[in-house]
Design a protein around this ligand. Structure first.
Ligand code: ZN
Length: 178
């Protein structure tokens, strides 16, 4: 297993002028280049997660087929792309991962998360939405990304097998209000 390091510690060179950071500047947030004054804030990347429910009030969980957290359960979702709204990202990710078409989405909550990109850990802010879909019967999982799904009233066992703590907390929040 590769040792993970935070993205700010992995960033040794100024992305603007290319000068190597002074030792005491490495790992600082924000990174400030002593040569050209450029500042990099390493702000969190936005990601979305959908709590998709069916007519029976069961929640859709999907199982990850690849690392990180292969074999663990999660909510459909993913990173927000540039020039995309949160709502657009939510609909796109749910469609790409499950073939489900989101008809209504309402904001539930958000939690910070960390994501390991090949050994460099970046901060993420996960935004969770309650989703209704047009037709729950048309599920088709994204090949190679997900390998299984469940419609369930999540139990402690499911919660303990979630890939990301932020997903677990969002489900716990949903359960506490359900
Ligand atoms: Zn610079």
């Amino acid at each position: 297993m590769v040792d993970s390091t935070s993205i700010e510690k992995a960033c040794r060179f100024c992305p603007r002028c290319g000068k190597e950071a002074e030792v005491e500047e490495q790992g600082r947030v924000p990174f400030r280049c002593t040569q050209c004054e450029f500042a990099n804030f390493f702000g969190p990347v936005a990601a979305v997660g959908g709590l998709v429910t069916n007519e029976q009030g069961e929640l859709l969980l999907v199982r990850r087929a690849r690392e990180p957290e292969k074999g663990k359960w999660g909510l459909p979702g993913g990173f927000v792309e540039r020039n995309e709204s949160i709502e657009e990202a939510l609909s796109r990710e749910v469609l790409e991962e499950t073939n489900l078409c989101v008809s209504e989405a309402s904001y539930l909550t958000s939690f910070p998360n960390l994501y390991d990109y090949a050994g460099a850990v970046s901060p993420v802010i996960d935004l969770f939405y309650l989703c209704q879909v047009v037709d729950q019967a048309v599920i088709q999982l994204a090949d190679g990304e997900l390998d299984s799904f469940l419609w369930v009233k999540p139990t402690q066992k499911h919660l303990s097998e979630m890939a990301f703590p932020s997903n677990r907390r969002a489900i716990e929040k949903w359960l506490s209000g359900a």
